[in-house]
Design a protein around this ligand. Sequence first.
Ligand code: GDP
Length: 304
Amino acid sequence: ESLDQGLQKTKEGFLSKIGRAIAGKSTVDTEVLDNLEEALVGADVGVTTTVQIINKIEARVAKDKYLGTSELNNILKEEISSLLVDAPDSGFRDFDTPAGIKPYVIMVVGVNGVGKTTTIGKLAYNYKKAGKSVLLGAADTFRAAAVDQLTVWSERVGVPIVKQQMGSDPGAVAFDAVQSGASKDVDVIIIDTAGRLHNKVYLMDELTKIKRVMKKVLPDAPHEVLLVLDGSTGQNAVEQAKQFTAATEVTSLAITKLDGTAKGGVVLSITNQFKIPVKYIGIGERMEDLQVFDKEAFVDSLFS
Ligand code: GDP
């Protein structure tokens, strides 16, 4: 799916909410701003980010004296873009790995059901397509389904997988995967982990342990800790991001399931609020449905 198609529901929701916010009004006045504030919060942009956007528009209204509601879409787009100028950007565009780092180890974390396994499959597909050799590590050893599903993805994409029996030590799987990848000189190793947020101390310990064990093979691994969030849960995804980033060091974010939801405004909220860049967005279930996130393209698409 294209970005425009993938964001269809969010776009429709967003534009219709803005339309309602200005219905029957010719100028942007306090009432319009109040309605707009409500519309943005309702579109999952989040209170903090919404207030910042409204403040910017308010300042603009004060400066320009008159703002017609017909211009509001463009103004909103400009102000959201300018708000995100300083937001983190992964700089990543073409599934290349950093020079001198091989294997490049990605540890993928996130709560069950958010689309972690699917995202790993999509990443493997994209790296492979970019000419990189890839190996998967099934360190979510608590759910048989997780290992099975990752195995299906490894077959679908055509990349090797390192796994052990269900219930085995996740650290041992991670160790094996990194060792095997290093000895085979693969470019990218992607490690799945269990995501059981209901026990935060446990989760933190487990992720710390997996990292520690990897470092026995490669001292600077993991090079990336990717947190996967389900965009269709809206502001809940923001809460999960807060909890995970408190539990372990996260270096990049993926926001999935944006195709089936009108809550895509959460991407603006997360981009604006976290110091960690959104690196990928998921806009479908197929392996082609992962996009490298580009904040400008995203805002453009929202208003197109
Ligand atoms: P995990 O438990 O976090 O590993 O989640 P899975 O990868 O198994 O995904 C859970 C469900 O979400 C599956 O049915 C996936 O096909 C679906 N899914 C994952 N990513 C996306 C996406 O970007 N869009 C849509 N529509 N579905 C997705």
